[in-house]
Design a protein around this ligand. Structure first.
Ligand code: ZN
Length: 157
């Protein structure tokens, strides 16, 4: 059995176990150097946190375990098509490879597709369904926020 099949099989088993606990059918496995670093499931049913997706949770668990926010060189195996939030989070974490077993097309008949969000996000801000505005507020008499951060970092070095 290939690594892809084995780890995706594990993600699906996690998703199945999550269904049995009243959760959504999503599981994820994070692998580095051929070893499983962390596993996670969708926990919206217990946390009510809308961002508690399996991929977000597996990144959180793996970085905590590794003691670093940099998961470069890792791969995430997800039972379902990662949503845009998770896809972005995996990029921010440095994940190199993403594999998924069920696509948005597979999930659509079951209400488990995020294709509409991908489509919306591909549009310019002005055409998206959520109101997004750039409002460059700079409180008077205060240092520029980002300049302050740079200064603080330089002090720490
Ligand atoms: Zn997600």
């Amino acid at each position: 059995m290939t690594d892809e099949n084995r780890f995706l099989g594990e993600a699906i088993a996690l998703a199945r176990a999550n269904i049995a606990k009243g959760g959504r059918p999503f599981g994820a496995v994070l692998v580095q150097d051929g070893k499983v670093i962390a596993t996670a499931v969708n926990e919206i049913h217990t946390s009510n946190a809308p961002t508690s997706h399996a991929e977000m949770n597996v990144i959180r668990a793996a970085s905590r375990k590794r003691g670093t926010s940099d998961l470069k060189g890792s791969a995430v195996y997800a039972s379902g098509h990662p949503c845009p939030m998770c896809m972005a989070a995996m990029r921010l974490a440095g994940v190199d490879k993403v594999f998924y077993a069920y696509s948005n097309d597979d999930g659509a008949p079951f209400g488990l597709s995020t294709a509409a969000i991908y489509e919306d996000l591909a549009k310019p801000f002005a055409d998206q369904s959520m109101a997004i505005r750039y409002v460059p507020v700079r409180p008077e008499g205060e240092m520029d926020l980002y300049a302050e951060w740079t200064e603080a970092r330089n002090r720490q070095e």
